[in-house]
Each structure stands twice: as C-alpha cells, then as structure tokens.
Design a protein around this ligand. Structure first.
Ligand code: GDP
Length: 427
C-alpha cells in the first residue's frame, strides 16, 4: 500500500503529528494538502518538542521528501521561520518541496482576518487570525497569487493590483484603516520569492511519478473532519476541506491511489476554538483533564489557547471516521486517562425526545445532550506498554468499546507523546 492519509476524526489536535512522525519513518514522501499555518502539530522526538505549523511532519527524517501541495496556504515568512527554528535546534536541513501552484498567504489576508474578528466582537468565529478565510476567499474569487507568479515580474505586478483592488476599498471604508501600497507589496513579494525559490518545484509531476513508481507517500491532514466546510460544525469550520477525499485534490494525485486512511482520535475529546461540543466538561473537572492531556497540557499549538476538553464522543467520532473513509483508526492519549477510576463515554445524543447515534447539523447539535456509559478505569501507568496484551484488561475493554462505537478497527494505540510510545493492535 503506497499512499496513506493520516487525518483527524474530530475537531483537530487528535495527535496526527505524532502519528505522521511514527509512520513517516517508512515513507518516501510526507505531503501537506490543505490549510496553512493556522494550526499546529506537536511532535516530541530526540531533538525535543516541536510545534510544526506549516512544515510536514516528515522533516525530522533526512530520507523523507516533504511536500507542500497546491492545496496548501503558504505564508512564506512563517515557513522560513519554521525552517530557521529547526536549524537553530540542530535538526538536519529537511528536504522540502513547495508546489509552484500553491497560493500565498499575504499580510493583507492576516490583517483582514484580524479586522473582521474585531468587527464581529462577541459574534466572532474564533479564528486563529492567520488569514485563512480571506486567503481561501481570494482563491474562490480568483484574485489570489500563486508561488509561480513570484518569478514573473510583470505577472506579479498585475496580480497585486488585482488582489488589492477591492481590498483597499474595504480597508479604508469598511475598516477605516490605511490602504496597502501595491509597489511595496510587490517588492516584498519579490524578495520572498528569492528566499523560497530553492524549495519550489512542480510537486504535482513529482508526486504523480512517485505514485506510478509505487513510492510510499503519507498525506498529512490538518484539523479534523468536524471542521470541514461542507460536513463540519458550520460556521465554526475551517476554510479548506480537512477530509482524506480532498487529499488527492490538494496534493495532486489520483484519488484511487489512496489505499489506506488512518483517522486519528483521542481517547477523550478536545476542541480549540468556538462551536458546539456535546461532551464538554465544565471547570474544575475540565482543568484536571486539560492539565494531564497531551504532551504538556491541552493548549493550542499555534495560539496557546486553553483547549476545551471533554469525554470521548461516540456519535462525533463515528461520523468523523465515516466522512474520512477511515480504513483504520489511531487512538491517542490513552495514557492520559490512567488517572481516572471511572471514565464516562458518550454513546449517543438525546435531542428532545429522540435518541440518536447520528451527528446532526449545528442547530440540533446545540440542543444535544450526551447519553453516558461508565467505563471502568485501569488506574496504572501505561506509558511504557508496548504490546496490546500488556495493556490492563480494563484499558483493553475501553479500547474495544470505542472501536465498536466508531465501527472502524483501531490499529494504533498511542500511550505517550514520544515516537516509541505506540502499540500496534493485532487485527
Ligand atoms: P495534531 O494537530 O492532530 O497533530 O495534534 P496536536 O499536536 O495539536 O495535539 C496533540 C497533543 O497530544 C500534543 O501535545 C502531542 O504531543 C500529544 N500527544 C500525542 N499523542 C499522545 C499520547 O498518546 N499521549 C500523550 N500524553 N500525549 C500525546
């Protein structure tokens, strides 16, 4: 099986970065296919703990070619800064290829994102303010700039004029702020072009050849199924598709080439940003789970915002796994639950008189109440466990109950943030 997608079954932050880091050891390519530096993966490896935002999670393996596909939103200064951070911390120069067809996140996108959230005030979407919505809006409006444009002086000048045309009216009239100077913007884009040029490739041709040659490709998703613009918790979604189905589009490989889809979910639930979250815990219980969760507590890798936390949500995860077309699941952060004597899980939603295991649209979701089942805890440290048989029986029961609720086999169980803290569950 040469093409594997690693994607989120929930709201994001499921531990996809760790899973990609694990599976990248056997990959030739690790490819990002959507999103930008608006989210982050935390990876803990021999060099330390890293928050990657735009770089693919294969950058720690010298043999891996890391690709930002045409579907990615490329913030060039942010990308260069992440590369610099790796250098500073002693990681060997990664092999990075950036698609010449990918579009560029401009400072004006970041500015508009912030101004709009400020304008919305208490009605804001909880954007990470990295410019994603204005960036993808420009893509739809066909006024975005592609990386390839950076190497064509006339084209870039014309593209900047077109891009700023309406925005300067918005900036001055709707947001009462200064317009952007087209000449200064063109100048800084030309400089950004020189800095990024060594990495720019026709990644579509590169990956098409790789697929034909049967090379091992890992497609790395960002955020999770419930943030997908079509299927997620609208309007608290992200601006690009988070689904494995989109991976072939955003990476530029044939859909049929993807044979393995690993959907990642946590053993509990976490959600950064706004939107309905049925199993959410209130304080102080939330604080207890938040502090124990992840590698250093549940705080956003990009924003540092405290993540909302709750118990495992069966209907949400089953829906997310189905949307992803998961062929297998990876369950992360099981170790975090070792501190609880009893662990509630949500098996269904009660919406008015109705009990359902289906995941409804946002209005009904806001009214949904969790139907709980209590699972017995295991109460011992499992961070050193390496085989399924060694897991306490109560932990095995927990895993198997989740597997039944999701309806997809759990193949990987992660019991700590480090690479080696992974159990492969026998089929
Ligand atoms: P991603 O965006 O899906 O990669 O998720 P994040 O990296 O934002 O969040 C996952 C958090 O869980 C990070 O802090 C990881 O280091 C951490 N993590 C991943 N797997 C495990 C695990 O099995 N146990 C613990 N304790 N932390 C984990």
């Amino acid at each position: 099986m040469s093409v594997t997608a690693i994607v989120g079954a929930n709201w994001g932050d499921e531990g996809k970065g760790k899973m990609t880091d694990v599976l990248a050891s056997e990959a030739d390519f690790v490819v990002r296919f959507q999103g930008g530096n608006n989210a982050g993966h935390t990876i803990v490896n021999p060099w330390g703990s890293f928050a990657l935002h735009l770089l693919p999670s294969g950058v720690f393996y010298p043999h891996v070619e890391n690709v930002l596909g045409p579907g990615v939103a490329v913030n060039i200064p942010a990308l260069l800064q992440e590369l610099e951070e790796l250098r500073r911390r002693g990681v060997a120069e990664p092999r990075l290829r950036v698609s010449d067809r990918a579009q560029i996140v401009l400072p004006v996108h970041v500015l508009l994102d912030r101004l709009e959230e400020e304008r919305l005030g208490s009605r804001q979407f909880g954007s990470t303010r990295s410019g994603m919505a204005p960036f993808y809006a420009d893509k739809a409006l066909k006024v975005g700039l592609r990386i390839a444009d950076l190497f064509d002086g006339d084209r870039i000048r014309e593209a900047v004029e077109r891009c700023l045309d309406l925005k300067n009216i918005l900036l001055t009239h709707a947001y009462s702020t200064e317009p952007i100077d087209a000449r200064a913007m063109t100048e800084s884009l030309l400089q950004a072009g020189s800095a990024i040029e060594p990495y720019v490739r026709d990644t579509t041709a590169l990956l098409q050849t790789a697929v034909r040659e049967g090379r091992r490709i890992v497609l790395e998703g960002q955020l999770g199924a419930l943030r997908d613009p079509d299927h997620g918790i609208h309007p608290y979604t992200t601006s690009s598709s988070t689904l494995a189905g989109y991976a072939s589009v955003g990476a530029g490989i044939p859909p049929g080439a993807m044979t393995r889809i690993v959907a990642v979910t946590k053993a509990y639930a976490s959600c950064v940003g706004a939107g309905p979250f049925v199993t959410e815990l209130a304080e102080p219980a939330a604080g207890r789970l938040r502090e124990r969760g992840g590698s250093a507590g549940e705080y956003g890798a990009t924003t540092g915002r405290p993540r909302r936390v709750g118990w495992f949500d069966g209907p949400a995860t089953r829906y997310g796994a189905r949307l992803q077309g998961a062929t297998e699941m990876a369950l992360t952060n099981l170790d975090v639950l070792s501190a609880w004597g009893e662990i509630p899980i949500c098996t269904a939603y009660r919406i008015g008189e109705r009990v359902t295991i289906d995941f409804p649209p946002t209005g009904a979701l806001n009214r949904a109440e969790p139907v709980w089942e209590q699972m017995e805890g295991w109460g011992t440290d499992i961070t050193g466990v390496t085989t399924y048989d060694e897991l306490p029986v109560a932990a095995q029961r927990y895993v198997e109950r989740l597997e039944a609720l999701i309806g997809v086999p759990i193949r990987f169980i992660s019991v700590g943030p480090r690479r080696e803290q992974i159990i492969v569950k026998p089929a």
